[in-house]
Design a protein around this ligand. Sequence first.
Ligand code: PBG
Length: 331
Amino acid sequence: MINASYPALRLRRTRASAWSRAMHAETRLSPSDFIWPLFVTEGQGVEEPIRSLPGVSRWSVDLMVERAREAQAAGIPCLALFPNTQPDRRSDDGAEALNPDNLMCRAIRAIKDAVPDIGILTDVALDPYTAHGQDGLLDEAGYVVNDATIDVLIGQSLNQAAAGADIIAPSDMMDGRVGAIREALEEEGHANVQIMAYAAKYASAFYGPFRDAVGSGGLLKGNKKTYQMDPANSEEALREVALDIAEGADSVMVKPGLPYLDIVARVKHAFAVPVFAYQVSGEYAMLEAAAAVGAGDRDALVLETLMAFKRAGCSGVLTYHALHAARLLGA
Ligand code: PBG
């Protein structure tokens, strides 16, 4: 019961000085809250800037190792890797996902060799490997088939785990894939490899720059609405999360981030599990565009939005601003 009222109670009192504001902060942001998504490309010494993601580049494996060193020095615990597969290695069945020497696996091994103590999260979905840009296998009608896709996702997960991935993150939204992947990981001796399920992943317009980055954007015809969620729904998000937890997910993700913080809060409230959010490429691009036209201070915008994820209940955030934000916080 709050009995006091103005003027005995003045909520501005604790805000009056910096030391007091620091003492009363309910949420804290630190470099260990960030997972840094990075795009890998073929070659040696290659950096390819991504036009729709200003400030973000694809890196060849050797330079990726340097990014891992920078991340570790800044206190970032984990990287999320995505490959830009060469066009001639993309096919309708996405078979390159199963190649133990694919770009992804070479990047994982190189980072684990050079920086063994940083976590590596790998995306499981076929879109960086398919010639049609969809996350799974298509039938004659162009529908993404569920169960046959799961068989390939199992192989992709085992391939990534064998290369040294620490967290398998299925982003494909097939029904039943978390349980199937968990079972396969257990059978193949990967009991400690985690699964972070992209549990509530929406069919969003905010993924455009990412698709440019992995080179699937120009290939994709249509949309992903038969498997990714309708932005209108949140009851359904709770059902997705419940299923993924029951199937053995260690943590769950909500994606995109800022427009979906209500989902984060509901999931955190309903299930006592670690919840992560992905501040996706279009959100990053939006913040950068705002800062570029002087609509706001870049550093302040970045830290405020990242704090919002923590306040909503996130254990951490996948963000392209990870290195910059970690350095700001470390300074
Ligand atoms: C692939 C995948 C996507 C993203 C992460 N994994 C794109 C998509 O589903 O089309 C988007 C990330 C971002 O936009 O930053 N399954």
